[in-house]
Design a binder for this molecule. Structure first.
Ligand code: COA
Length: 228
């Protein structure tokens, strides 16, 4: 069997001007290259890299440029004109709006909502049911000028069901506790939690309460760390 073969389920719909990489698997009822409003079929190119797995009922609009080893869960939605790096995974029923910048190694859990003009740097991790926002005063007449999603720096982790307000920058490697509402920028390498989220400690001070590991997030030079 040729592992480079592209496998497309018979019920999937692939629009013209879509390029799928070698070894990519497309599940049932997937749509790839859906034209956004005002665009004709095939007007925008859609690229998905090698060895990607697009699970059933995922919809990917036209105009996305997506790297290798891309994975979606079931029923994910990716709107138009996003730039998505290599080794990115997007969980089941997550919604990615348009014009996001998603770097290599980003993992987004299930049922998250990530709006336009959000930036996720390398290895950022987004928990289930997280909601990002991009307009501080919804329906304000100046919305076109201020619309901007959060910027999640390298390796930061956003706990389950958190809400991040527009324009907020979460520093590299920082951990946001589950159910937090982040209203202000957070520096790098801290733990923040609550509503509004407050800094609790440095990530170097986190201990595993069950003693499975000494430090959940070893320092940047530690060979056990999963991040630089
Ligand atoms: C924030 C977090 C990383 C803190 O872990 P920790 O450093 O071991 O923290 P502790 O359990 O020692 O708690 C420290 C304090 O913060 C509080 N706290 C912990 N998590 C909190 C949260 N999510 N929201 C509000 N307060 C929280 C604790 O009640 C405690 O308060 P106290 O000092 O008044 O007693 C962790 O609690 C958390 O929320 N992890 C994310 C879990 C998650 O979403 N996982 C997704 C996997 S699917």
């Amino acid at each position: 069997m040729n592992d480079d073969a592209i496998k497309i389920a018979p019920t999937a719909r692939i629009y013209p001007n879509t390029r799928l990489g070698a070894g990519t698997v497309v599940g049932d009822w997937v749509i790839i290259g859906e034209p956004p409003k005002g665009c004709a079929e095939g007007e925008l190119e859609t690229v998905i890299g090698d060895n990607s797995v697009i699970r059933s009922h995922t919809v990917i609009y036209a105009g996305n440029t997506i790297g290798d080893n891309f994975q979606t869960g079931h029923g994910a939605l990716v709107r138009e004109k996003n730039t998505i790096g290599n080794n990115v995974s997007i969980g089941s029923h997550t919604v990615i709006e348009h014009h996001l910048d998603i770097a290599n190694g980003v993992r987004i859990h299930s049922a998250a909502f990530l709006p336009e003009y959000t930036v996720l740097e390398e290895d950022a991790w987004i928990g289930p049911h997280v909601v990002f926002t991009n307009v501080l005063h919804p329906m304000c007449h100046g919305v076109a000028k201020c619309i901007k999603g959060p910027h999640i720096c390298r390796g930061a982790k956003i706990g389950a069901a958190s809400v991040i307000l527009p324009h907020v920058v979460v520093g590299a490697m920082t951990v946001v506790g589950s159910g937090s509402v982040v209203v202000d920028n957070l520096p790098q390498r801290v733990v923040a939690a609550g509503n509004p989220a407050k800094i609790i400690r440095s990530i170097d001070e986190i201990k595993c309460p069950w003693d499975y590991v000494e430090h959940p997030y070893p320092g940047p030079d530690d060979p056990r760390t999963n991040l630089r």
